[in-house]
Design a protein around this ligand. Sequence first.
Ligand code: CP
Ligand code: NVA
Length: 313
Amino acid sequence: MMELKDTLRGRDFISIHDFTVDEIAYFLEVGAQLKKMQKSGIAHPYLAGKTLGMIFQKASTRTRVAFEVGMYQLGGHALFLSPRDIQLGRGETIKDTALVLSRMLDGIMIRTFDHDEVLELAHWASIPVINGLTDLLHPTQVIGDMMTIMEHKGKLQGLKLAFIGDGNNVAHELLFGGAKTGMDVVIASPAGFEPDKKVMELAQADARETGARLWVVEDPAEAVEGADAVYTDVWASMGQEGVAEDKEKNFLKYQLNSSLLALAKKDAVVLHCLPAKRGKEITDEVMDGPQSVVFDESENRLHAHKAIMALVM
Ligand code: CP
Ligand code: NVA
């Protein structure tokens, strides 16, 4: 088994923004190594005897399965804590939940709505807290996404990624991801749905170190022009079900279809964090087409999450 550096042990994983350029490169490197070990049948029980609690206040397929299977493959055990069953769902405080779980577990993964809840949990927990998605950020996704782009392009530095659609949690984290790896990120969003200004400011500051260019445009064609990677996500995120229909009207020009993709580089890869609304933000033709790497991207959640857990827990 390769030796892992323990410089990240005990850290929370709340955003890519919180880590240095070298630390993010290390997560990506360890993810790639763990993938190789898994594929060659080499056991890698870095977390033998350890336990991860997984609190999901929102639905999940990929994140839940990747953390649970990943923990098993690392020799540990993961517990799924549904808000329907745990006392947090009946009003027990985040503070008390954090203090109790810290006495029994070695790490907590949480997916929730308000980003501040993750910060509060991390504040009170004495064990690492991993952000499995909030309304603001989705960091474990973007580690897997960057692993996927690396696999297909051999690098991140100097590439251009175009994100088409809502300036949401995934878009925000891609800005941080690009900033820390030197990958240019352009977001094309309809007016009123641009990424958060504060996130953009922080990411711009991070980008000074790597030279990544980060910007926002309204025209999807302008964003996709010459891109190496084209990314999209649902127009209405979890929690926005009530406004989805209304919101959709603003996004009709933002569909990732063959004519939009044709403006990217010939060998551009297509990403989507999934779940997708096929026929809305992405067509079947693109999602199932030769440039799509969305299922590699899904698989890489497993390897990326394993790297995150093996390094912080
Ligand atoms: N991409 C992603 O986080 O998927 P899930 O919602 O299925 O976990
Ligand atoms: N932006 C989407 C991502 C799902 C993985 C959402 O928050 O629902």
